[in-house]
Design a binder for this molecule. Structure first.
Ligand SMILES: Cc1cc2nc3c(=O)[nH]c(=O)nc-3n(C[C@H](O)[C@H](O)[C@H](O)COP(=O)(O)O)c2cc1C
Length: 471
């Protein structure tokens, strides 16, 4: 299964099941984002699941008691009362409760089930961030229960994924290694036991393909060297891509806009990937037909594209924000900046500048820091050898109390809350304040401009595929 166009996974919720389904129907590989699906399922149920799609997918989950429990906890018929905060979902830890793990399995199942249904039989993928390690085993298993075809993992070194997928496809218990800062050589793991959580299953699951998202041949060569770590292929992502980017090599240099400067050493050459002998797709600025042809001529199987799909009708972005982005694009005012401070992960992150979002310093200054979703917080070892969690976007005093350097907190954006807000699921705070969104797009907008000329009223995912493939 080697599509010409992969629609890149876009979290949180930008590439949801509707977008992935539409891409699949048009002949591309549609990929749902696998980040924070549990929170999104819980919130959508509290918003009343207006079209009934979530409840339909829940009714297909193989262990109905689990689906019923989640429904009775979160579903609000007709939707929650305006201004009422969403009920929280327990945060990820190294020792999650069985119910917390079941919710994560169920949420990934629902998203992939709906995407597969919408794709009408075409393959579907799911995207995870390696940095969100604590979520990985349960979400991967849920996606596999729904029959996901491809798992794509970026933002880290996904060396354990082949083993994880092999083991989970046989419903076996895993002890998934987790990085714990300050714990030296000690090994820490997250236990995930499908049978203990959901009961025995008879048939093995089909093992999805695994594509590693990388930015350097060094990482790709390391992963490809051993069959235990070898992926089934690579997505090779350059520095103009939307979302997170790999940092430049060597000492960080900033240009006059405060963006990191990338040099020739940062561009992974297609020739080196050809030499590795595994299929690969090029990503970041490949959203025009001649770029697709160029990628093919360079030996790639095709391209992975994000930005034009994020702006398409089926995108999960809230319609008013998407419209503002299209208006700015039309007026030549859309500015995307690589921010080295925004993401708590420490990776550069692309931010589209739009008034009223956290890219606006006055909006940023107004937000009271709170860390309640916590997907990006990381475990660290305390002096008393117990494990705690911290995030540089949490309240500064809390982070510093946990031994984090104050300088790390400067300019950080709570991406968990802000990206959730960008898809219309922002948390309601006291005094009628709703969390403000942040938007990410790729820096290369040429494909989006060309699509806007063709489709002045906006476009659908199928139009993007037709444009890219010249069909
Ligand atoms: C809105 C948005 C969100 C993204 N989120 C993720 C993500 O969660 N995980 C990921 O691996 N890549 C993410 N990306 C990167 C895309 O999957 C894709 O590789 C990239 O956008 C390709 O570059 P392009 O935007 O120039 O087409 C995101 C991109 C966008 C535009």
């Amino acid at each position: 299964m080697h599509p010409l166009v992969i629609q890149g996974g876009m979290g949180i919720g930008v590439s949801g099941w509707r977008l992935a389904g539409a891409v699949g129907r048009a002949g591309g590989l549609g990929v749902v984002s696998g980040v924070a699906l549990d929170t999104m399922l819980a919130r959508r149920l509290q918003d009343g699941d207006q079209d009934g799609q979530l409840r339909q997918a829940l009714s297909q989950f193989p262990v109905q008691e689990v689906a019923t429990r989640v429904l009775s906890r979160y579903f609000v018929s007709g939707g929650r009362v305006a201004d009422q905060p969403y009920r929280p979902v327990a945060r990820l830890t190294l020792q999650p409760s069985p119910d917390r793990q079941r919710l994560a399995v169920l949420a990934a199942f629902v998203e992939v089930h709906l995407a597969r249904q919408a794709a009408g039989g075409a393959p579907v993928g799911i995207n995870f961030m390696e940095k969100v390690q604590l979520a990985m085993p349960a979400a991967a298993y849920g996606a596999m229960l729904a029959g996901v075809d491809v798992i794509l993992v970026g933002a880290g070194i996904p060396a354990r994924l082949p083993w994880l997928l092999d083991t989970l496809s046989r419903h076996m218990r895993v002890e998934f290694p987790i990085d714990v800062a300050g714990s030296g050589q000690a090994r820490h793991t997250l236990a995930f036991d499908p049978v203990a959580l959901l009961g025995p299953r008879v048939a093995a699951l089909s093992r999805p393909l695994f594509l590693a998202i990388v930015s350097s041949t060094t990482l790709a060569t390391f992963l490809a060297r051993d069959e235990k770590t070898r992926p089934d292929g690579f997505v090779v992502e350059g520095a103009v891509a939307g979302g997170h980017n790999a940092p430049p090599r060597g000492p960080l240099q900033l240009n006059e806009r405060g963006e990191p400067v990338y040099g020739p050493r940062d561009a992974a050459g297609p020739a080196q990937f050809v030499a590795l002998g595994l299929p690969f797709w090029l990503a970041g600025g490949y959203s025009q037909p001649d770029r697709v042809v160029a990628a093919r001529s360079a030996g790639a199987n095709g391209v992975q594209v994000g930005t034009p799909f994020a702006l398409s009708r089926e995108s999960g972005l809230s319609p008013s924000l998407r419209q503002q982005l299209l208006d700015h694009l039309r007026e030549g005012q859309l500015d995307v900046r690589t921010d080295v401070r925004a993401s708590p992960t420490g990776f550069p992150f692309k931010v589209a500048r739009l008034g009223g979002t956290l890219s606006d310093p006055s909006v940023y200054e107004l937000r009271r820091r709170i860390c309640d979703l916590s997907y990006l917080r990381t475990p660290y070892m305390k002096r008393d050898l117990t494990i705690a969690y911290r995030c540089p976007a949490e309240p500064v005093d809390a982070y510093v109390r946990k031994g984090g350097p104050p300088s790390e907190t400067v300019g950080r954006v709570c991406l968990c809350n802000a990206l959730t807000a960008a898809v219309g699921l922002g948390q309601q705070r006291p005094d009628r304040l709703t969390e403000s969104p942040i938007l990410t797009l790729g820096a290369d907008l040429d494909g989006a401009h060309a699509l806007l000329r063709r489709y002045p009223e906006g476009w659908g995912a199928g139009d993007v595929i037709a444009y890219l493939t010249g069909s």
